[in-house]
Design a protein around this ligand. Structure first.
Ligand code: SAM
Length: 376
């Protein structure tokens, strides 16, 4: 079968996905066209904002690809105060973003758990329950995830990074803190508790093949995730993985592969939320808008106070590090019009897939899953 036939037939197994990810020229255009049509049919033109607060780069983990890993002594560490985080939440609410993402380096401690729980409750109060909250705070115990859910978080993003356990071992230290099996368990726990559960991978990592990426997409499908945030891997000179930079695809090819991953995922999982990752913009100034055109429907404007953005340096060339949140918003409004999309201001923009998944399982009703939330 060729790409045209695969797209017409619609059955995407591993071999078909590999062919789509390898598509070039006219066949690549056919893939993007099909993904755009699928998005418009299932999701429509709306793009939803999640104001991203990267509130601390202090991290207990040592992932070999990440610039804020514990052992990177070159990183300038910061931790926003509660007031600064709440100000950012207020900004998101006042600017009608609808939702907030709280992300940081990974810490597991009673003090951290309590802090997040307190902040979640404060955010619900200051926004009169109107701001939806996504957390991206890594691996935690079931008890912690439950406490944060009860305090008002209703979406959680935890990237699997790669669904290949052998590759996972190459990209992480081989200790119990960086255990592939625990990551999987965490994802299952999040789903069981009732979070809209998101995962994702990095694209173009050293030693990763197109077959691995096809498996990543099939993993997302099989896991029945509600949301995906995935983007290109971008090397950071103060990380161990930097030594393998000669193994990498050229940066533009990594970017293109990331777009194709988004397009194939949209065809594979038509009603999920797909974020246009910031890492795309680090490579191409219009990277996120290109992703919106071919399948993504979520964008995460950075609302971390400008002076701290530089220090949340997961990779090099991070975009918009010197902007304040207001400037960022103006810029995005224009960019999204350019991508022929419309912004769903004041809306949570929850994953359609989540509600369909609930309806098809034994859950009595959405309200019973999270009575404290008002889904919109
Ligand atoms: N600690 C939380 C976690 O692990 O889920 C959230 C913070 S972590 C820095 C967020 C994501 O950044 C990771 O899941 C990883 O995929 C991405 N990331 C880290 N280093 C990267 C790099 N060099 N290039 C692209 N993405 C990177």
């Amino acid at each position: 079968m060729n790409v045209k036939e695969i797209l017409e037939n619609g059955k995407l197994g591993r071999n078909e996905i590999i062919m789509l990810l390898d598509a070039q020229g006219k066949e690549r255009q056919l893939l993007f066209k099909k993904a755009t049509e699928t998005k418009l049919k299932e999701i429509g033109q709306k793009v939803h904002f999640r104001g991203l607060v990267e509130f601390s780069n202090i991290c207990g983990k040592d992932c070999y690809y990440c610039g804020i890993r514990k052992s990177n002594r070159e990183a300038t560490r910061y931790n926003l105060s509660d007031d600064q985080i709440l100000d950012a939440a207020r900004f998101a609410h006042e600017n009608h973003y609808g939702s907030l993402v709280m992300q940081s380096g990974e810490l597991e401690s009673p003090a951290f758990t309590k802090r997040i729980e307190h902040l979640l409750k404060e955010i619900k109060v200051l926004s009169k329950g109107e701001l939806g909250v996504t957390l991206s705070l890594g691996e935690q115990t079931e008890d912690v995830y439950q406490r944060w859910f009860d305090a008002g978080a209703h979406r959680y993003l935890l990237r699997i990074e790669t669904s290949n356990p052998d590759l996972y071992k190459i990209y992480h230290p081989g200790d119990t803190l960086h255990d592939f099996a625990r990551r999987l368990t965490c994802l299952k726990t999040l789903q069981r508790i009732g979070y809209q559960t998101g995962t994702g991978v990095m694209i173009g990592l050293p030693f990763q093949t197109t077959g691995d990426l096809a498996d990543d997409l099939l993993f997302m499908k099989q896991f029945d995730v509600d949301m995906v945030g995935m983007g290109p891997y971008i090397e950071h000179q103060h990380t161990p993985l930097f030594q393998y930079r000669s193994e990498l695809l050229p940066i533009q090819e990594r970017f293109d592969l990331a777009l194709k991953m988004i397009a194939v995922l949209r065809i594979l999982m038509q009603d999920i939320n797909i974020a246009a990752a910031t890492a795309l913009q680090a490579i191409d100034p219009l990277g996120r808008e290109k992703a919106l055109k071919i399948g993504a429907n979520i964008i995460m404007p950075n609302i971390t106070p400008g002076k701290f953005r530089n220090d949340y340096a997961l990779y090099e060339n991070k975009p918009c590090v010197d902007e304040e949140p207001g400037e960022c918003k103006n810029c995005l409004d224009v960019r999204i019009q350019l991508a022929d999309s419309e912004i769903g201001y004041n809306e949570w923009g929850d994953s359609k897939h989540f509600f369909r998944r609930l309806a098809s399982t034994h859950s009595p009703s959405v309200d019973a899953i999270h009575p404290s939330q008002k889904y919109r």
